[in-house]
Design a protein around this ligand. Structure first.
Ligand code: C2E
Ligand code: CA
Ligand code: CA
Length: 854
């Protein structure tokens, strides 16, 4: 995408002009969506926004001057304002104002009428009707010339704003109103007015300036328009698209065809008129000349190429537009053939089309691409050609009308490109993809062949942008797209959905879903291999990883949303598994997701209403006496039953609920400890509380703990915090600092689940730890797996050398306990000594045997 930061006028500086940061008084008349004032009183709409984009870059100060159209033009002529948007270039205006060269906007005029009334199908049918037009507008000029030229009476309703014209029709004071299609389509929307199939006066709109006042501004406007109109990603197209009226898509707007109908109706009448004139030729030679002149005025004022060719394919008549196109006066063209003006390919095509009309009497209406000799760019025409017959029915000539739609076509294509393709990679965007998915699903339903949607997401793409810059990020995305694209079949679609998310649509994979799965795996393996190769970014090799989520058509019941959601769930699952993983959607995922969101809501409520519980599990010495209790959270969810901490703790961690949950556990634990101070036995017991990494790192953690200790009056030296090795992965210094601060209060630390994580010896030495808890996975198979025994032995030795106590978790049998004690383990915890249970149970029926000293 083109990003234009430097003002263009600096790039193409010319000496000797007006001041460098001009103040521009801009005439603004209400003509949405082309130009109008926004709420802040600034010009907006297509032409207003474009001007503001330019002004921002150039440092122009825009001073909007609200005015009515006619008054705006007069003010411009008088130099009371400097610039006026939305002005079509006419010969008379060319003498009164300065114009730039590249048109800012292409526009057509339309007739709007009340729905339900008889609709005119050509301008001629407006004869005798009340027609509202904006006084002094190009439509006014044109229609005036047209109707007077044709000698057709029209009842003019002259208005001084387009709004007044539309209102006149709505109030029944006029039968029709003429307006540019931008304004008209927008104004008619939601009202009883509709667009009649009558189009006329294609025009190019410019910013007009007071003569001689702002030549540099006009050149700069041209520079921007030139640059922007060649770049589909530019502000120009962004602006057009923002203001585009919602209109039917398709290669050609239907109204263009209608306009041809209108034009040809007009032409037939003109020809008839000519024939009548010829009949009167002997009688009224003088009147004939006058009328022929009238006719030629009309034909020359029509914005279309009109010509008559004889059966010898030689021109018999051309209007001024044809003369302009071919670069010769009409007299010089008459008698010539296409070969004299067009290149060979064009001539072949014209001959064939014309032949159908001249030899077979067909009526031709279609697009023609014509290239004039010596001109670089071809013109695209919409051509309508009819045979002309003598009274006995013989074809003696062809009459053609060709409307030049080249520019319109270019803009259409660019808009199409913009709305269906991603500007960075040129790949189809979400909109186009959805369309193809829809079609893919319905074709799969017909053929029975399964397909798949594969979402592909770059892992940690953000870090590329952050460390190497956005340019490098953009280049990486393009390179990724290219590598995948090269490995696709012709029928597959690769699209870009967003930042670093791509999607591949695979159709016609196999008849059976399991075969389709195999096919997807095969393809995905190829992509993974291709993407595993380093990318060259800024000269250095860069390695990425991706995650892939797949949903099969057969899982989606022909529904696009279901398919996308399925692929997305699969992608999330793949991401959780780690890098370079591929995951297929399965219905269990959906179930899991539903349950997760249900649980999240319920957990939030449980925390708020303090309806979680704490159970306690004893930790014993070799004599079997309790030295500590571990607090374990329990949740009985109404309607959902008992939810295991193995399920709700990870959920709380991933949703941030772990912070309020952990705060509640600490408050509860401190309340217990404070309470126990009055109990002979319990006052000797330590209470261990599990602390999740996210909770420990939370900025408020220490403050909350300190205030809880103070408020409860609990002895800090009886509180033990169990942290896991994952806390030590990063920002170790900060973590140590925090632990030491708390240690200074007397709080003790245990390292939970030891042996499963990352801790290295060098860390261990620096942490203020009191206890290592051997993870229960090593205890489980201690008696059968020599590896586990070796690990436990090592941990115990490590503890001794670092002067740390070692506790074994998950002790279920006497045999395990015996072996652990033999290995030198002095503390034990597990079902053998008691399952986690509420405090009351320990106090009442079970009775703890608390160690005499601790
Ligand atoms: P943990 O900290 O490793 O807790 C020990 C787990 O082992 C507890 O599971 C306990 O019931 C279980 N256990 C104890 N003895 C035995 C035994 O002999 N055999 C077997 N098979 N299991 C035994 P629980 O209560 O389901 O808790 C699971 C995990 O949830 C805990 O693992 C801890 O990581 C987390 N958790 C529980 N409560 C809290 C809490 O309040 N805060 C935080 N952050 N995490 C908690
Ligand atoms: Ca624990
Ligand atoms: Ca543990």
């Amino acid at each position: 995408m083109l990003v234009c930061v430097a003002p263009l006028s600096v790039i193409s500086a010319e000496p000797g002009r007006e001041s460098d940061t001009p103040r521009l008084r801009v005439g603004v008349y209400e003509n949405p969506p082309k130009i109008f004032l926004d709420e802040a009183g600034q010009p907006t709409g297509i032409l207003g926004d474009l001007l503001r984009h330019m002004a921002d870059r150039e440092g122009w100060q825009l001073e909007p001057v609200p005015c009515l159209w006619q008054a705006c033009l007069s003010a411009l002529a008088l130099g009371e304002i400097d610039l006026m948007p939305d002005v079509a270039l006419t010969p008379s205006r060319a003498t009164r104002f300065d114009f730039h060269e590249v048109p800012a906007l292409l526009s057509w005029s339309q007739i709007y009428v009340a729905a339900g009334r008889e609709q005119p199908t050509s301008l001629l049918e407006l004869q005798g009707r009340r027609l509202a037009v904006l006084q002094g507008s190009v439509q006014h000029d044109y229609l005036m010339t047209f109707f007077t030229g044709m000698d057709l009476p029209v009842r003019w309703v002259l208005v001084d704003s387009l709004e007044a014209g539309f209102k006149a029709v709505l109030d029944g004071r006029a039968d029709a109103v003429a307006a540019n299609q931008f304004y008209g389509d927008q104004r008619a929307e939601g009202t009883d007015l509709i667009r009649a199939p009558v189009v006329f006066l294609p025009s190019r709109l410019y910013y007009a300036a007071t003569p001689g006042r702002s030549p540099k501004v006009l050149t700069t406007i041209d520079d921007y328009l030139d640059l922007w109109r060649n770049d589909p990603g530019s502000l120009y197209f962004e602006t057009l698209r923002r203001w585009e009226p919602r209109r039917a898509s398709g290669p050609l707007p239907a109204w263009l065809w209608w306009s041809l109908g209108g034009l040809s109706a007009m032409l037939s009448v003109a020809l008839l008129f000519g024939a009548l004139l010829r009949r009167q030729v002997q009688r009224q030679t003088h009147r004939l000349q006058e009328s022929e002149q009238k006719l030629s005025t009309i034909l020359n004022s029509v914005q279309a190429h009109i010509y008559i060719k004889g059966t010898d394919f030689r021109y018999q008549y051309v209007n001024q537009k044809v003369a302009d196109l071919l670069g010769a006066p009409p007299e010089a063209i008459v008698g010539c053939r296409d070969e004299d003006f067009f290149d060979a390919d064009t001539c072949r095509l014209l001959k064939e089309n014309d032949g159908r009309v001249l030899l077979r009497g067909e009526r031709f209406s279609n697009e023609e691409v014509n290239r004039v000799k010596g001109q670089k760019a071809p013109h695209v025409f919409l051509s309508e050609k009819l045979p002309l017959r003598t009274p006995t029915g013989e074809i003696y000539a062809l009459c053609g009308i060709s409307t030049d739609i080249t520019e319109h076509r270019q803009i259409q294509e660019q808009l199409h490109q913009l709305s269906f393709f991603d500007a960075l990679t040129g790949l189809p965007n979400r909109r186009l993809l959805l369309d193809r998915v829809r079609r893919g699903l319905s074709s799969s339903a017909r053929t029975g062949y399964d397909g798949a949607l594969v979402l592909l997401d770059l892992d940690n793409f953000k870090s590329v942008n952050d460390t190497l810059g956005h340019d490098a990020g953009d280049r990486l995305l393009c390179a990724v797209a290219e590598r995948i694209q090269r490995r696709l079949r012709a029928t597959d679609t690769l699209a870009r959905l967003g930042a670093d998310e791509f999607v591949v649509l695979l159709e016609d994979l196999a008849l059976q879903p399991d075969r389709a799965v195999v096919a997807v795996r095969h393809l995905a393996d190829e992509w993974l291999a291709a993407l595993a190769e380093p990318f060259a970014l800024d000269g250095a090799p860069y390695v990425i990883s991706v995650s892939l989520g797949v949903a099969l058509f057969s899982d989606a019941a022909e529904d696009v949303d279901t398919l996308l959601k399925g692929a997305d769930l699969a992608l999330q699952a793949a991401k959780r598994l780690g890098h370079n993983r591929l995951q297929f959607f399965n219905p269990a995922m959906q179930v899991a997701i539903n349950r997760r969101s249900q649980l999240e809501g319920a957990l939030r409520q449980a925390i708020e209403s303090r309806s979680l519980a704490l159970h306690l599990q004893p930790q014993v010495n070799t004599a079997g006496e309790t030295v500590a209790l571990e607090a374990l959270a329990r949740w009985e969810a109404p309607g959902l039953g008992t939810i295991s901490p193995a399920e709700f703790i990870p959920l709380a961690e991933s949703t941030g609920l772990i912070v309020p949950l952990g705060e509640w556990v600490l408050e509860q634990a401190c309340a217990y400890l404070a309470d126990w101070q009055g109990d002979e036995q319990l006052k000797r017991v330590v209470l261990a509380v599990n602390i999740s990494p996210a909770q420990f790192r939370h900025p408020n953690f220490v403050a909350h703990l300190e205030s809880t200790l103070e408020r409860s009056g609990c002895p800090p030296e009886r509180l033990e915090l169990e942290v896991t090795e994952s806390l030590l992965i990063d920002e170790l210094e900060q973590v140590i600092q925090r632990m030491e601060n708390l240690r200074a209060h007397g709080i003790r630390f245990a390292l939970d689940d030891f042996g499963t994580g990352y801790a290295s010896l060098s860390y261990l030495k620096r942490l203020p730890l009191a206890l290592l808890k051997v993870d229960q996975s090593f205890v489980r198979d201690l008696l059968t797996d020599p590896n586990d025994e070796a690990i436990v032995r090592t941990i115990i030795a490590l503890g001794q050398s670092l002067d740390l106590k070692v506790l074994a978790e998950g002790v279920e049998t006497e045999a395990q306990a015996k072996r652990l004690k033999a290995l030198g383990c002095t503390l034990l915890q597990g079902y053998l000594y008691g399952k986690p249970a509420p405090l009351e149970r320990w106090r009442e029926d079970r009775r703890l045997t608390v160690a005499p000293t601790n």
